[in-house]
Design a protein around this ligand. Sequence first.
Ligand SMILES: [Zn+2]
Length: 392
Amino acid sequence: MRWGRSLLAAAMVLAWAMIWAHPASPTVQVAEGAPAIRLLLVTATAGFRHGTVETARSVVPALGAASGEFVTTIVAEVADLGQLNAETLRQHDVVMFANTSGNLPLDDGQKAALLQFMASGGGFVGTHSATDTLYDWPEYGQLIDAYFKEHPWTREAAVNVEDGSHPATQGLGWSFRITEEFYTFRENPRPNVHVLLTLDAASVGSSGDYPLAWCSTYGSGRVYYNALGHFEGTWQDVGFQQQLLGAIRWAAGRTPLGACGGTTPPSTPTPQPTATPAPTATIGTCPVRPRVALDLTRPAPGTLEVVVSATDGPSIAGNLLRRIAFTRLANAEVTMGSFIDRRAAFAVDLSPAARTARFTVERLDAARAVHVDLTVTDGCGTWNTFVGVGTG
Ligand SMILES: [Zn+2]
């Protein structure tokens, strides 16, 4: 009986998803006349309480109202958690844990109801400390795919977009910068999820693999988590709100499932105009980020040879390097071919067919480490590479 019901539910969800899927366009949104998604927003905290809990409670419903795409029911505090039950879940499409924390007092019936909701095709969206929640319930950890470990970096850093084709990442380009409290997790979730965003470890002077947002499935249900959301500025950020809206659409099954539901169909990059906007702007999206190598050598004290090469990537023909911008080059001189510049920040447009850019940074300040912060634009987007150089 149970199997029959869950199979039926899965078939209905699949049929519904297929109705909404629109293979010709990865940016398909909710069709006109579609009923609004019903979002159950949980902001209860039993551990550390972020000031942005209140922000989430205003931003998320406002996002639903402004887009017309979802209506929000709020389970605000621990005292309200009784509302998180089978009956309420039946009336919603997506549950969102926004900056929840600690061991929320859910009884066995509530836990079973949430897992059943997910297994039978529900959607789950978690932000930031949603992974700092319910450590005492391992099934929740399996649902959200990770538990918070620590936050070694609270600062501005670069975030790389690994998959720009997901509804939650469309329009972000290859990379963006944001001031956040960046999380690490007890175990890297990568083996169990489809990673959407990663911390550009070099941008915080580190190395390693630090997924920040991902999607996965739970039975017939869809799970999305985004580790950003510590600061007020993040919740007010249009890019973050776009991610949430896309994630809610996806979690509700209103978009193609993308890589979380199978494979991401590759698409041909759209030709971009040669004029490039400001370095951090986005000039397009591609389904797969090309790999770019940064090769550094120090031929002499105070001198740095830098070679940026587009080395591979399935759509590399459309992803040739177009422009390199330098910032924070205090007291240095950059030479690239006949080009010499001494300003702290400037950009160089490359020849249309460039796969490699070679330049030399000289007269580096010998007294302290100099930071070379590159912004590179290719045919698909703009991304950042941060290089710290000690010249002493
Ligand atoms: Zn935080």
